[in-house]
Design a protein around this ligand. Structure first.
Ligand SMILES: Nc1ncnc2c1ncn2[C@@H]1O[C@H](COP(=O)(O)OP(=O)(O)OP(=O)(O)O)[C@@H](O)[C@H]1O
Ligand SMILES: [Mg+2]
Length: 231
């Protein structure tokens, strides 16, 4: 379970300051599919980035399974991210000149795993996602839907507890988009927590829990059962 208490995020200073998250109090339930729903500029990506420890809040605390992330130093945070989280983005962020295998194995390289072991793990997940015939292809040679499947494989390769996806269907046609949504649902079935950022109510309807964000203010109906945690 992840608990956000009084989380604020302010970008910039003085007149240019943008208050992107305003006193956010939230619980992200373990093993659930959570959607963060809101319009462009509402603070969705900012919220996802602080939940996934890609960015730190200006104030407030983030607790992940009892660990207060604010207390971790840079290296500890990097280790937490590497072990616990996997990210999927709208624009994939694959290394275009690397092969599918190299892209998927990248997080394991960063984690210091040896070549044989990381290739075994990467191949296993590539097969699960039906990409085995593309394994030696360069990322730049793939279609959008294939690129997104590779980036999902990369997010899963280190067996994270939490998969965070920021508008993962934003650059895909409806068929590939539906396929990505199905993959996310499968990931939840395997016991992981999935956090999906979307501006699309239809996509959000796939989730167990919906967090709505407007102008940096986050609300969620399921939070009524957690009132005690915030007293
Ligand atoms: N690095 C940054 N520096 C300054 N302001 C930022 C930065 N990142 C985001 N913002 C501002 O914070 C607010 C929330 O941005 P955020 O990217 O979280 O919105 P979003 O809901 O993800 O939007 P979109 O759907 O367009 O991706 C916006 O007003 C945005 O301009
Ligand atoms: Mg965004």
């Amino acid at each position: 379970m992840i608990i956000l208490r009084n989380v604020n995020k302010i970008y910039g200073k003085d007149e240019g300051a943008v208050h992107a998250l305003k006193d956010v109090n939230l619980v992200i339930e373990e093993g659930k599919f959570t959607a963060i729903l809101g319009k462009s500029g509402s603070g969705k990506s900012t919220l996802m980035n602080v939940i996934g420890a890609l960015d730190s809040p200006t104030s407030g605390t983030i607790e992940s399974n009892g660990v207060i992330l604010n207390d971790l130093n840079k290296n500890q945070l990097a280790e937490y991210r590497n072990k616990t989280t996997g990210f999927v983005f709208q624009s994939f962020y694959l290394e275009p000149t690397f092969t599918v295998l190299e892209n998927v194995a990248m997080p394991l390289t960063i984690a210091g795993m040896n070549k044989k072991e990381r290739e075994e793990k990467a191949i296993e997940i590539i097969k699960e996602l039906g990409l085995e015939d593309k394994i030696e292809k360069k990322a730049s040679e793939l279609s959008g839907g294939q690129k997104q499947r590779v980036s999902i494989a990369r997010a899963l390769v280190s067996n994270p507890d939490i998969v965070l996806a920021d508008e993962p269907t934003g650059n895909l046609d409806s068929q590939n988009g539906a396929e990505v949504m199905n993959l996310l649902k499968e990931i939840v079935k395997k016991g992981k927590s999935v956090i999906l950022v979307t501006h699309n109510m239809e996509d959000a309807k796939n989730a167990d829990n919906i967090i709505e964000i407007k102008d940096g203010v986050a609300t969620a109906s399921y939070m009524s059962k957690y009132e005690e945690l915030f007293k």
